[in-house]
Design a protein around this ligand. Structure first.
Ligand code: HEM
Length: 464
């Protein structure tokens, strides 16, 4: 450790982030952390009352926390404060219990297994766009949320949640909007009967009702659907005991929430970026038309849909659904040359690192081409980490990438999504990064417009 930093707390802001006032952090966390990195560099210190935390921006320091010394850190305060929602599910549990559950769930996410989900993903997407009409206005975010919820329900729990999608979507939207208030989340315990907490309770109960129904139906049928729910139901402890309904509820609510809103937001940002970058959109269409020639995509097409993959990679760089992450120190250690002691927090933000000019040229530009070469190999490991890393890395990583590419390919083959003028598309940094007011779009059927364009050019050719 450098002598100069021994026993020291890194420099950081002295205004706005002290006392009870989370001020600028709460108002706009993306701007706040960007400014922190600009003003203090790779590490900054923050204090709220007697809670100290450091904010790290260098990929090596992030690797140190997430991978090399992962056992010295647990999940951070915001996720912990949301335990009444996620319970002891994979995202929030710790230690031996987490490890056991992770091992249990892992087979449902193995490559062999998830490839079998591809056809469901495409089929559900086709079903969604069957209702879409040329010239119609829709909220792309709402559409993506409905679709990804149904896909998680079907692939992991063999449940048809089409009729529940609207209720779950509404409840979730409220939970995430409330979750964006970090001050409230951290400072007010969830059991205090404030109007907001009572609302959260109601929305969680609404989602639980659906989950308990799915669990009860499966228990009653005794059916082995070969899906994640069957695996969890069949799992036994060494003493022969099985998972309780409460444990199953915690795992299912975690997978429903972690597994659908993230992918939906990634796609919503992608539509928004594509609509503003016609050259990228044209290149994407050209790839889809030449590789697929009008037929629906399948898992086997993905290696040949390289540009489609780069579009998703780039979208996750600029608008990472997990925009920031936090840890709590459980064993004293040193990070970025500064000592961190038990009880302190460590924060890091994909939003900031993914836009750092040290790693990316023209970082603010949406440029899927940047991934065509060996950039990923040249980058420090944690200069790009949309799925986190180390033992707590996203279990749904491959699932999500496959889903995003297949949904994008299925839809973009048929439709172009144009932005509705004057509709504000604004990022809301809650637990995830979502478009606050959705993404309102005008649908353009590529086939109908193509035919019309062709006939117009044919007419003008005749007239000439
Ligand atoms: C683009 C989509 C997604 C993104 C950006 C994303 C991002 C992340 C990140 C960053 C973490 C680590 C959080 C931390 O360490 O604090 C995580 C964890 C997790 N994700 Fe995802 N995720 C996505 C999709 C999914 C999907 C599709 C599923 C399931 C179907 C899923 C299930 C989970 C679970 C269960 C965890 C906790 C894993 C553990 O701690 O063992 N995610 N995700």
């Amino acid at each position: 450790m450098a002598d100069a930093t021994r026993n020291k707390f890194p420099p950081g802001p002295t205004d706005g982030f002290k006392g009870w006032s989370f001020g600028p952090l709460n108002a706009n966390p993306l701007e706040y952390f960007t400014k922190l990195a600009r003003d203090y560099g790779d590490v900054a210190g923050m204090r709220v009352l007697n809670f100290k935390s450091i904010f790290i921006n260098h990929p090596d320091a992030i690797e140190e926390v997430l991978v090399t010394n992962a056992r010295k850190f647990t999940k951070g305060k915001v996720l912990r404060a949301n335990r009444h929602v996620f319970g002891e599910g994979l995202l929030t549990s710790e230690g031996e219990f987490w490890l056991r559950q992770r091992r249990l769930a892992q087979p449902a996410f193995h490559r062999g297994r998830i490839t079998s989900y591809a056809s469901t993903m495409v089929e559900y997407t086709q079903r969604l766009i069957e209702d879409w009409r040329d010239g119609e206005e829709r909220d792309a975010h709402k559409e993506m949320m409905r679709l990804t919820l149904q896909i998680v329900g079907k692939t992991l729990f063999d449940a048809d949640v089409a009729r529940d999608a609207r209720d779950v979507g509404k409840s979730l939207e409220l939970l995430l909007e409330i979750g964006a208030d970090f001050r409230r989340t951290i400072l007010i315990p969830h059991w205090v009967p404030t109007p907001t907490n009572l609302r959260v309770k109601r929305e969680v109960a609404q989602i639980e009702k659906i989950l308990y129904r799915i669990i009860a139906e499966r228990r009653a049928s005794g059916r082995d659907a070969g899906d994640l729910l069957s695996m969890l139901l069949a799992a036994q402890d060494e003493d022969g005991s099985r998972m309780t309904d409460k444990q199953l509820r915690d795992e299912t609510i975690t997978l429903f929430l972690a597994g659908h809103e993230t992918t939906a937001s990634t796609l919503s940002w992608t539509w928004w970026l594509l609509a503003q970058n016609p050259a990228v959109e044209a290149k994407l269409h050209a790839e889809l038309d030449s590789v697929l020639g009008g037929r629906p995509p399948s898992f086997d097409d993905l290696p040949r849909l390289a540009y489609t993959g780069h579009v998703i990679t780039e979208s996750l760089r600029l608008y990472p659904a997990a925009w920031g992450m936090a840890r709590l120190v459980v064993e004293d250690h040193e990070v970025a040359g500064y000592p961190v002691t038990k009880g302190m927090g460590v924060a890091m933000a994909q939003w900031v690192v993914h836009r750092d000019p040290r790693w990316y040229d023209t970082p603010e530009k949406f440029l899927p081409e940047r991934w065509e070469g060996d950039l990923l190999k040249r980058l420090p490991r944690f200069a790009y980490f949309p799925f986190g890393g180390g033992p707590r890395q996203c279990i749904g990583n491959s699932f999500a990438l496959m889903e995003a590419a297949l949904l994008l390919a299925t839809i973009a083959q048929k439709f172009r999504l144009r932005l509705v003028a004057n509709h504000p598309v604004v990022p809301l940094a809650s637990i995830t990064l979502r478009p606050r007011h959705g993404v309102r779009v005008l649908l353009e059927s590529r086939q109908q417009r193509g035919l019309r364009d062709n006939s117009i050019s044919a007419q003008s050719a005749v007239a000439d």
